[in-house]
Design a protein around this ligand. Structure first.
Ligand SMILES: [Zn+2]
Length: 190
């Protein structure tokens, strides 16, 4: 569970607080572009912030290829690093402020589950439609048709459609580079 050196350096230079949701998403989308620019993983980033103050905990990026680990998605990286930093397995635990996960698209089925397990109280995504899969070719898995309602039922706020176009531009940049789409079995059944 380590971030690439460029991300560690970037995080040191970042402001302590990101007051608006757009500021937070802007920083996350920038990390998704930097991850492909630096060749350190897929076009995905996710940040954990204090929901009410915007205090940054950490921004993680996708690390599947460099770590040889299919579960090293940006959301898993961000949630795990935040929990390690804060010394808790439950970001929704007592005495803690509410935490928000900000992601440059709707989390895949694995990460959707990780959101529920993490204790996060708010999920903000750039978009949740078919654009990500259509543009890049990644297979995000079978999302629950009521994915947002299921999160809200568990006390997790859902904010959709934050800087959607900007997020899609990074997916287009990734697709134009002809980068490896690291689906298992290249997305084929056999
Ligand atoms: Zn994922």
């Amino acid at each position: 569970m380590t971030l690439p050196n460029w991300a560690i350096d970037e995080l040191k230079r970042m402001p302590e607080y990101f007051p608006s949701i757009k500021d937070r998403m802007e920083a996350v989308i920038r990390f998704s572009q930097l991850n492909i620019d630096n060749g350190t993983g897929g076009p995905f980033a996710a940040g954990v912030f204090e929901r009410d103050t915007g205090k940054l905990v950490v921004i993680g990026v996708n690390r599947v290829l460099p770590t040889c680990c299919s579960s090293a998605h940006a959301e898993i990286m961000a949630l795990s690093l935040a929990q390690k930093k804060l010394g808790t397995y439950d970001l929704g635990g007592p005495e803690l402020p509410a935490y928000q996960l900000v992601v440059n698209w709707l989390p895949c089925v694995m990460c959707y589950g990780a959101v529920i397990w993490s204790g996060i109280r708010s999920l903000a995504v750039a978009g949740s439609g078919p654009e990500l899969e259509d543009i890049t070719g990644f297979d995000e898995g079978p999302h629950h048709p009521e994915w947002a309602a299921e999160l809200r039922k568990r006390g997790i706020e859902v904010i959709d459609d934050v800087l959607r176009e900007k997020a899609c531009r990074v997916f287009h940049n990734f697709a134009e580079q002809n980068s490896l789409v690291y689906n298992s079995r290249q997305g084929k059944p056999e």
